[in-house]
Design a protein around this ligand. Structure first.
Ligand code: UGA
Length: 437
């Protein structure tokens, strides 16, 4: 059993803290947001993540998981301090490190004994060294026995607990091998591959991994667009490609492009770091441009099919950036809705989990209670997020209540030929030119 403090109760911090508690450690999760900590103490989750609420409750009841806003309490006996605070994007893509700085300063102020400082936040390459500097400077020459370890996270929203408990790998970067080994001990129960390397390389692995996954998606989206012109079906193309073990099947789903709190921020930050240091990240720039285009293309398809978008009613199914989350940050649906509104369209929308978040961001959108309300009177229906509950809709009913039977399946979820048989004009991504399909 180790004593762990996790600073930041966002996605990463809360999942990491809860899972370490579940592995038998004593974990205190700290956040400076009093309201958030009060809710967590009352058993209310700040985010929707399958399985999280139950795991938090179990570990709180077992007295292995605690919440506080007080650094002195959180760091008093901690052997490990995980920094898992937000690193928002500045205007030019540069990561904003103010929360990392205050976490590092709090460690300098409150830690009495030796401590391992583990960076879980996604931070620019070189930040691990900077954190050590911040701590040392803050101590004004009063030495503190600590080492910094970079431990990038690879959790996906919607499957974060499973990803934590069954990782493909754990990456640890440090200039102090014994520090990395001690952090590795925390992960031993997971019986996974643990890779240790230097600090900067670990930080880079995180950016490179996310940028590569985003690249795969932009690649298949570009192929999808070519498929549309040449009459091939991108889903079959992806399947055929994915059977090659060197390529593999994952992250080859064409659609409205990638969103969320990670890919957009991290690809931009990597591009920014590259430009700042005098290299030309041409591929990263193209990856981002293709992603932006994917939403514009969707609008173009709708405009073409409906002749004009002005005063047309468009129903949007799914607002979250992907299924099983209520996160709408950089969601394709949000951008799509704004683009459609710019052309004078009226929007109705529904999401199984993200309605509250959406209500803070979307203006002049009719927020509905189910897909059928969305479809009522709509000139077109767009699927933006492939939630399970959208898989088996009553399309006959939808057709009878829509003004025009036009569907843009932005995630290639539905059976195009069945919908065409029902009389819908069906548009998918990278497949809709195929005769009879
Ligand atoms: C991503 C990475 O997958 C995680 O490994 C990483 O830890 C995380 O970012 C992070 O840096 O914190 P996440 O953003 O939760 O995880 O979601 P993904 O499942 O990766 O999906 C990202 C976006 O890509 C979504 O908008 C999704 O709809 C889209 N996507 C994904 C596609 O369009 N096609 C695909 O084939 C896969």
């Amino acid at each position: 059993m180790s004593k762990i403090c996790v600073i930041g109760t966002g996605y990463v911090g809360l999942v990491t803290g809860t899972c370490f508690a579940d592995l038998g450690n004593e974990v205190i999760c700290l956040d400076i947001d009093h309201e958030r900590i009060a809710s967590l103490k009352a058993g209310q989750m700040p985010i929707y993540e399958p399985g999280l609420e139950q795991l938090v409750k179990q570990n709180v009841a077992a007295e292995r998981l605690f919440f506080t806003t007080d650094y002195a309490i959180a760091l008093k006996d901690a052997e490990y301090a995980f920094i898992a605070v937000g690193t928002p994007s500045g205007n030019d893509g540069e990561a904003d490190l103010r929360y990392v700085r205050s976490a590092a300063e709090a460690i300098a102020d409150h830690v009495k004994n030796a401590i391992l400082v583990i960076n879980k936040s996604t931070v620019p390459v070189g930040t691990g060294d900077w954190v050590a500097d911040v701590i040392n400077r803050r101590r004004h020459g009063k030495a503190l026995n600590f080492s910094v370890v970079s431990n990038p996270e690879f959790l996906r929203e919607g499957s974060a607990i499973n990803d934590f408990m069954n990782p493909d790998r754990v990456v640890l970067g440090s200039e102090d091998q014994s520090a990395a080994d001690r952090v590795a001990q925390l992960y031993q129960p997971l019986r996974c591959t643990i890779m240790t390397t230097d600090l900067r390389t670990a930080e880079m692995i995180k950016y490179a991994s996310n940028a590569f996954l985003a690249t795969r998606i932009s690649f298949i989206n570009e192929i999808a667009n070519i498929c549309e012109e040449l009459g091939a079906d991108v889903r079959e193309v992806a399947r055929g490609m994915g059977l090659d073990k060197r390529i593999g099947p994952q992250f080859l789903d064409a659609g409205l492009g990638w969103g969320g709190s990670c890919f957009p921020k991290d690809v931009k930050a990597l591009e920014h770091m590259a430009v700042l240091h005098g290299t030309q990240p041409q591929l990263l720039q193209a990856v981002m441009e293709i992603n932006r285009n994917q939403r514009r293309r969707a609008v173009m398809k709708l405009r073409k099919s409906l002749k004009t978008l002005n005063e047309k009613t468009i129903g949007v199914l799914g607002i979250a950036f992907k299924p099983n989350t209520d996160d709408i940050r950089d969601a394709a649906a949000i951008e799509l809705i704004h683009l459609l509104q710019n052309e004078g369209a009226q929007i109705k929308a529904y999401d199984p989990q993200a309605m509250e978040n959406a209500s803070h961001v979307l203006k002049n959108v009719v927020l509905c209670e189910n897909p059928y309300q969305v479809a009522e009177g709509a000139d077109a229906l767009v699927l933006a997020t492939e939630w399970n509950e959208f898989k088996q809709l009553d399309f006959k009913k939808l057709k009878s209540i829509m003004k025009q039977a036009v569907i843009l399946d932005g995630r290639n979820l539905w059976d195009a030929s069945a919908l065409k048989d029902l009389g819908f004009t069906y548009m998918g991504i990278g497949r809709y030119h195929l005769p009879g399909k």
